[in-house]
Design a protein around this ligand. Sequence first.
Ligand code: ADP
Ligand code: ZN
Ligand code: ZN
Length: 741
Amino acid sequence: MPPTASTAACLRVALPVPLPRLFDYLPPSGETPAATDVGRRVRVPFGQRELVGVVVGSGPAEVGDGLRQALAFLDPQPLLHGELLDSLRWLGRYTHAPLGEVFATALPSVLRAGEPLPETHAWAWQLTEAGRTGLAGLRSGTRPQRLASLLGDGPVDEDRLALELDEWREAARSLLKRGFAERVAVPASAVAPAPQPGPVPNPEQEEAIATLRAASGFSPVLLEGVTGSGKTEVYLHAIADCLARGRQALVLVPEIGLTPQTLARFRARLGVPVHALHSGLADGERARVWAAAWRGEARVIVGTRSAVFTPLPQAGLIVVDEEHDGSYKQQDGIRYHARDFALVRGKALDVPVLLGSATPSLETLHNACAGRYGYLRLRRRAGDARPPSVRILDVRKRPLQAGLAPETLQMVEAALKDGGQVLVFKNRRGYAPVLLCHDCGWSAHCPRCSTEVQSTPLTVHAGGGRLVCHHCGHRQPRPLACPDCASLALQPQGVGTERLEELLAERFAGWPVLRIDRGTTARREGLQKLLAQLGDRPGILVGTQILAKGHDLPNLTRVVVVGVDEGLFSSDFRGGEKLAQLLVQVAGRAGRARKPGEVWWQTHHPDHPLLHALINGGYESFAAAELVQREAASFPPYAHLAMLRAEASQVEAASAFLRAARHALEDAACAGGKAPEVELHGPITAPMPRRAGHYRMQLLVSSPRRGALHACLDAALPGLYALPEARRTRWSLDVDPVDLY
Ligand code: ADP
Ligand code: ZN
Ligand code: ZN
């Protein structure tokens, strides 16, 4: 439609605001909208503010009161284009989130704020035509002449010039003045030490490497192998092949897997710069890595969850290490799953996606078993390490000290005397999970949080001196006396890592005891330093999840898991899967050494089927049994879920919103007169009904067909923003929720 008097050519802009729509703006003065504007950032007025948005289209719009003019384009050419733009649009549809918020999540904060794409190049000098012919005429031995002859073989970067020639800048200025030389931008230093060779792949690795080499186009492949089976070696070969084809590789790792050790290994083996992207980077650095990838200069990018948004104009391979890891799911804002989005991008980019794990998620396993993914396995440990043996220790009726049985303490002592290291694993930080009055039964609770039956207990920290809520961060000093009966008999109940550390340090006074949890390793390098202190000496590590993965401990011979029972009766449908993954991962830490490893699980439920499935048939047999149960109960991967959550300071506000949402979803599900394929459960109070003072309710939407679920959400969701009830509550939609909390 050609513009008429009342319409004008406008830009359609996605803005980072929580509204399910795009916004029309007149182009900045002097500009005419064009199809090539799509993907450029633009600064626009919005209410009293200015916002940075992304142009997603153009077309005629009514020139009415509301139509304002954009202030300026921020990019000379589209920043988001091609595959990444398409994939992000897909993500917006899939998460049912405003596109502008999806873009804001994908862009580094510096770019989100409207800064220009940072420079990533280095500067070099080269001879001009005139320089090449005039070279002979320069007086020999002078600095300009020496510089010119240095440049005779092509451009030389400034770092090298500084090494080779004193006062080269002056010489360069003199050549520049004569028109003999010029300064040019070159890709940032692509020089790295020559690649070091790795171990010779064993036959299973060889087969995996060959399969990936033969893969053409999109092919998802699961690489299953226990810790130490040589998965990373396979990644390294696949990446080297990808680099040899002149393509970029993206490697995603879980938050705790991205260690300096990992990066050093990649750098040494690949012989190209390896760019890291993680939460510890300064904003400017993050943007520079993103820009280097955007320009195709960064060839290998290793990063955590949000690195899945890295532009890959010359993509050749995506690797997702520990694909089952919970840290890949973003739990607020745009609730994407980095592994799933990596698969979407791999398909759009037409490149292989390699998913590695010792304990694949049931979704991935289901896809691999159904033949939708390639399925490669490394059944043996690489080198000559042997698998650890696992033993169930029945602790019923046993006297426990800080949760440890006498047999366990004896085993620890024997292992230390034998010169080995012991890992004592307990997935609970702090000193004790509860502070109890022995005289009247009072216990310390968070004033701002509660569960279905009671307020949430505060965890005792700092050797008993401080109380902390692990849900909202509330802190208070430990009371000296019971607030109810004034008794002084306040006792920490239960066991956290601090208490284990205290007991072990006392009992094994001659040996080092290191506690490793979020309390002791707040900084990324903290863990490295602690482990370096210990070295190969005999000693004890006490820790949480952080210790389950990532660091080679070649002298670790014994592992004790103290809190197995807490995971056995979780109300979450993924509770069993998470426990099984944890038990296998923790066991994987033992016996990477030449000495055989041994793993002990302390439990009050020695006959629990989950433990027996794991011991007798390994993760595979556990997973097979668990998939049968998931199918019977209509849970993922046999059903598709979306969770609508609402929080408000008044419980009635949250509940009213979800009731209205339920009506809208019911109407959408029944539209077209067909039998609804979508089930609604709720609204019900969340498993944790009050957190940080807010009441929480939820409504679960499920369907056996993904398409049906999304059709229903598509139809109902825009209306939810407009509900009057929406104004009094904070609500969010989580497609494919990882847990139902
Ligand atoms: P994963 O990633 O499965 O934990 P890695 O690739 O890190 O396993 O390998 C574990 C250890 O075994 C590393 O020290 C690695 O150098 C070594 N390794 C891997 N493959 C081989 C092989 N084919 N021969 C000898 N050692 C190997
Ligand atoms: Zn009391
Ligand atoms: Zn709290």
